[in-house]
Write a protein that binds this ligand. Sequence first.
Ligand SMILES: [Zn+2]
Length: 284
Amino acid sequence: MPSHRLKKITIDDLELIGYSVAAEENVIAIPQLDVCFDIGKAPDQVVSINHVLITHGHIDHSAGLAYYLSHRKFLGIKPGTILAPANTVGPIRQIIDAWGQLDGSRIPAEIIPVKPGDEFQIKPNLYARVFPTKHCNGSVGYTIIEKRKKLRKEYTKLTGPQIVELKKQGVEIDYQIEIPVVSYLGDTEYVDYSQLDYIANSKILITECTFYEDEHRGRSDLGKHIHVDELNGLLKAMNNQHMIITHATSRTPVKFIKQALKEKLDADIFEKTIFLMDPAKRAD
Ligand SMILES: [Zn+2]
């Protein structure tokens, strides 16, 4: 029996499984890419995923780190890799070590400090690129990018042996292309993220939208979050095929959220959006 009931969204060959409620828990895993964005309270279903990408240290995003690591130790699998903003790594280590002391045995951990602009290899052709967000000190987001080699146009008509010959001579016959698969903004206030083309062109965008009521308009600035009134402008500038909306509060009824999204977003943008916590969506 899994510890949580998670939402599941299937987009072509990718599954997004997660849970996202502001101040409560935020975690979204994509098993096919072997990444988990933030860890929430470490639901059982994400423990086998080898890369956890932490956006910032707020407890609703990072509380489960020690449990994730300790559960993996219990299952006899390697610690997994945690990417986290450089300024959060010290406190994360302290928490993990403290739990190790309480538990009576050290919890192994591999924590990689990251900063905007860094890239980390997830699989041979898959990378996590780090970008800055505007939420709290050191907060970041991540884009998962597939890198492929493509044969240069002038060589496409050559035969296999001819290509092998050119390679032997040291001729650069191919070039690299980047396919941004998914971008996760974590928590952020409104920023024109389309300035970063790998975010604008990601197949999937996962964005927060915390506030929906008119009277909360001022509050989104205070908490460094996005208000639904800012969402259309953010999404209109993007080319993403699928836009996943996360991080609403439990105080706003889902019906109200869905109505607000429908009213405030252009019809073509609304068509592309999925509200992660929509009760109509399948839960696992
Ligand atoms: Zn936060």
